[in-house]
Write a protein of this length. Structure first.
Length: 197
C-alpha cells in the first residue's frame, strides 16, 4: 500500500521511510483489521511512503481519501502484467491502457480513459503494437550507432538486418543510405524510416 509518510508510525512497529516499496514492515495488531487487503499472511506489508514534498499530487490524493475514510493509506500494486517487466516509460503505459488492462491512466497532469480511446485499439492486435514498437526502437538504435560506432562494417550489417525487419530495400555503403533505390541523407534517415512505418 501507499501511505502518507506522516502516518507511518500509526500503522507499523518499526517506522522508517520507504519511498521504493522495498521493505516489509510489521503491521501493528490494532491496524490489521482496518487494512486487511494490504497485510500479508505473516502480518507484514510492503509499504510505499509518500512524501508531500517529493510527490505532492499523490500525497494530496491519498490525503483526500484519508479525509473521506479516516485511512491515510491506499492499496497499490506494481505497474505490469503477468510475465511482463514493470512499466518504465509513458509509451509502455499507453500500450498497457490500450490493451484494455485498466480503465484510466494518469501521467503528470493528463488523465487518459480507456473508454474514450477504445476505438484506437479496434484495428490493432497486441502483436502489431509490439512489432511497431520494436521497429521504431530499432530505427532509433540506428541513429545511436551512427553517432557512436566507428566501425562502418557494423553499421552496414545493422542496416541489412533493419532492412529485413522493416521489409524494405534499405542499404548503406558507409557514406550514403539508399531507400528503395533513392539516396537519403543521414540527417533525414530517422524521419524517413519512421514515415515508412
Amino acid at each position: 500500500p501507499s501511505i502518507l509518510e506522516e502516518y507511518m508510525g500509526e500503522f507499523v512497529t518499526n517506522p522508517n521511510p520507504s519511498p521504493y516499496m522495498q521493505i516489509a514492515f510489521k503491521i501493528k495488531d490494532s491496524k490489521k483489521n482496518s487494512i486487511p487487503a494490504a497485510v500479508h499472511v505473516d502480518g507484514t506489508s510492503r509499504i510505499h511512503t509518500v512524501s508531500k514534498t517529493v510527490n505532492p499530487k499523490y500525497w494530496n490524493l491519498i490525503n483526500e481519501f484519508r479525509l473521506l475514510t479516516g485511512l491515510p493509506i491506499v492499496l497499490n500494486t506494481s505497474f505490469n502484467r503477468h510475465h511482463i517487466p514493470t512499466i518504465s516509460e509513458p509509451r509502455q503505459a499507453l500500450e498497457h491502457l490500450l490493451d484494455g488492462c485498466m480503465d484510466y491512466l494518469a501521467i503528470n497532469d493528463y488523465l487518459i480513459s480507456f473508454d474514450d480511446n477504445r476505438i484506437a485499439t479496434e484495428p490493432f492486435k497486441n502483436e502489431e503494437t509490439e512489432s511497431y514498437s520494436l521497429k521504431r526502437d530499432c530505427i532509433k538504435r540506428l541513429i545511436t550507432l551512427l553517432e557512436i560506432e566507428k566501425d562502418k562494417k557494423s553499421i552496414i550489417q545493422y542496416v541489412k538486418n533493419l532492412s529485413k525487419l522493416l521489409n524494405i530495400d534499405l542499404s548503406f555503403d558507409g557514406q550514403i543510405f539508399k531507400l528503395e533505390g533513392k539516396n537519403v541523407k543521414q540527417s533525414e534517415i530517422q524521419n524517413t524510416l519512421l514515415a515508412v512505418l
